[in-house]
Design a protein around this ligand. Sequence first.
Ligand SMILES: [Fe+2]
Length: 346
Amino acid sequence: MAYIFLRFWLMLMCPVGVLSSSVPVVKRSEGLDVAGSLLRSVGAVLIKGGGQIPTAKEFETLAVSTWQAAGFPGLELGNYNKFGTVKRSMVSEGIYDVAAGAPAHLPVSPHSEQAYLHQVPRFCSFVCMRPAEVGGELQLFDNVMLGTALGNLTDKFAKLGLTYFRVMGDQIHSANWSYATGMWQDRFGTPSWAEAKRLARADAMMGGSSGAELGPGPEGTVVLNWTVPAVTWINTTSSSGVKPVRAVLQSILDSHKSVNYGTGIPALHSTWGDGTEFDDLELEALRAAVAQSQWASLKLEEGDVVVVDNWHYAHGRSPYEGQRKHAALISDRFPRNVKSAQEACV
Ligand SMILES: [Fe+2]
């Protein structure tokens, strides 16, 4: 225990600006109790594998055992494709290839994994099977710091929440739709528009008790939209003990139409929870606050595993060259913790 406290204090003493040193490092051979304690106190831990790439099963065991040791004893591996809005190719059961999405020469905008859903994976984990030749750093962004940096906008997020939009194709009217959101008939497993609308309304995982709304989109496409809270309360550890604080848990910059990687109709979009668009000043403030909240940037080596508190930290990736091969997994999920906020208002 003394050893863990020493590591924690050493991290607190690290000079600001030495970003890569923010994430505590343990060796796989040190045991996962140490990794779990660091995950609980800091919110992220890098587990060095000494160059040995874990098998898919070993990766799963490392990640699950670490978050279970961090105080979530029953928390199991989550299912990415069952609830997400973009299908990812699987390296093996529950472990997905991170390469889908942004082209290598562009950054991946910061986001917490599936933060666009009402129920959000509590943890996520990444494994490096091959580092990029140039760039490709994993970046972590502090959602608590983001909440502070956004100032009044955090109150607006708490009040309005966020609405996310996904454009999908229709097998007849927009049969050429190629984005990974896919066709609505496949997404809902039915050719019936009425049944698909009913299933969307009943999707509590996506939109909570209000579910999601399915409607017509441009050029023969369809649009799915739903609203979720943007702010959650999480426990953070400092020298004065454990304290609940507000964090802005979102995937706006990864979902906004201004970050459209392709041509044609943007498949992803997000607005304030009342449907109004973010204006230019708000988007500028959001981008500046997100940049300010960057907490770590680390280039993983072969066999490295990082386990991240997905509510505390968003992640992104810098542009890269070469054959970068990383895989990821998520834990099971929960609705955001907005109860403390309500209690705080009483
Ligand atoms: Fe991600």
